[in-house]
Design a protein around this ligand. Structure first.
Ligand code: SF4
Ligand code: SF4
Length: 94
């Protein structure tokens, strides 16, 4: 039974350190939408827990837009949700 607890603890530690590393690496980054690749499918909107993204109706149809850029933590979750490679994390310099 102890082996199970040790395994769970080790996995938890790995998960925490991976997320800390990802957050530190992306500290100066924010999300941006590549309009020409976006289909407006809304997968990224549903995936973002911080409600940074929204889908808007433009001249070329529905497209994702960054509604609250300051709320983006650059976690990258939306990148995995997009099947069209229409999201990028870009560096910003305040
Ligand atoms: S990088 Fe994270 S916080 Fe930023 S828009 Fe994507 S899912 Fe939301
Ligand atoms: S998941 Fe990708 S293609 Fe779909 S709305 Fe978001 S950015 Fe656009």
């Amino acid at each position: 039974m102890n082996v199970v607890y040790i395994g769970i603890g080790a996995m938890l530690l790995l998960w925490i350190s991976f997320n800390l590393h990802r957050r530190r690496k992306n500290r100066n980054k924010t999300i941006c939408v590549v309009d020409s690749s976006c289909t407006g499918c809304q997968r990224c909107v549903k995936r973002c827990r911080r409600h940074v993204l929204e889908v808007v109706e433009g001249e070329a149809g529905k497209r994702a837009a960054v509604k609250y850029p300051d709320k983006c933590t650059a976690c990258g979750d939306c990148l995995g949700a997009c099947k069209f490679n229409a999201l990028k994390l870009i560096a910003f310099y305040p």
